[in-house]
Ligand binder design. Structure first.
Ligand SMILES: [Zn+2]
Length: 263
């Protein structure tokens, strides 16, 4: 189901049948002392592949996973060695160009699965640019932590987190435990300059106020590069989160394809 593993005639064949293509969008960015740089890319890719496996296996819909976009808007953490990225403006163009190419080939159901919060706005703008040119297309995007909301609050131990936190660490532990150094994990809670009534410093929280900066400055030497509490992360929590997110994404795809879920 990985696009890069297929030949073009195989892709052409899929295009003649009900299909959805998922484009995972990640980052190459520091994730504190205990995680590698590929967390956002790896989590989005893994979830996309699990969804593809589930939907393609259980239903007659072909779900393809496009190669993950690893260079995105990581401007906040550039002072940390190894962090690489492009500007938000460039990202709009990159997502727009890639999506336009897929649309021209005949893909009509495109789901962008984001693994890095700051990418959400550029992705939205890119899809807005394409809407009028391809009115018959289904263009969708979401952050992976935006679903699974019936499960995540009940399995997490920490109350807030934005980066390299319990959620990301747990999910990564479920995917590649050998690359997580939990003994090096430190807790540093995120704070915004406004009260939680308007913006909760949490990936899954309410964000009524869009801009709420003046949080702890993300500079090497002043911050360990974490916003949350990864010390309470566990593989078990990660597995539960992944299952819940994959199940919800599968339901979304069935709705997109107008197929009733099997009970
Ligand atoms: Zn991340």
């Amino acid at each position: 189901m990985r696009l890069e593993d297929m030949s073009w005639p195989e892709v052409e064949k899929v295009l003649q049948q009900p299909n959805v293509i998922i484009l995972p969008v990640g980052s190459t960015e520091q994730h504190s002392l205990h995680l590698p740089l590929d967390v956002d890319s790896r989590c989005a890719t893994h979830i996309a592949e699990r969804v593809a496996e589930k939907v393609t296996g259980e239903y007659k819909i072909h779900v393809l996973v496009a190669p993950t976009l690893p260079y995105t808007d990581s401007s906040s953490w550039l002072s940390f060695p190894g962090t690489m990225g492009i500007s938000a403006e460039t990202l709009v163009k990159v997502v727009e160009d890639i999506t336009r190419g897929l649309l021209r080939q005949g893909f009509r159901n495109i789901l962008i699965l984001n693994g890095h919060y700051p990418n959400a706005a550029p992705i939205t703008i890119a899809l807005r640019h394409l809407e009028s040119d391809f009115p018959d297309a289904g263009l969708y995007a979401l952050n992976w932590w935006s679903v699974g909301f019936d499960t995540i609050p009940g399995v997490r131990k920490s109350r807030s987190g934005l980066h390299a936190d319990e959620l990301e660490t747990s999910v990564y532990l479920a995917i590649r435990p050998e690359k997580v150094h939990l003994d090096k994990a430190v807790k540093d809670l995120p704070r915004y300059s406004v009260s939680e009534r308007w913006a909760e410093p949490d990936l899954c929280g309410t964000q009524r106020l869009i801009y709420h900066t003046r949080r702890k400055h993300p500079i090497k030497g002043l911050s360990p590069g974490v916003l949350g509490d990864p010390t309470v992360a566990s593989r078990e929590t990660g597995e539960k989160i992944i299952t819940a997110v994959v199940d919800d994404l599968a339901k979304i795809i069935l709705e997109i394809m107008e197929m009733p879920p099997r009970t």
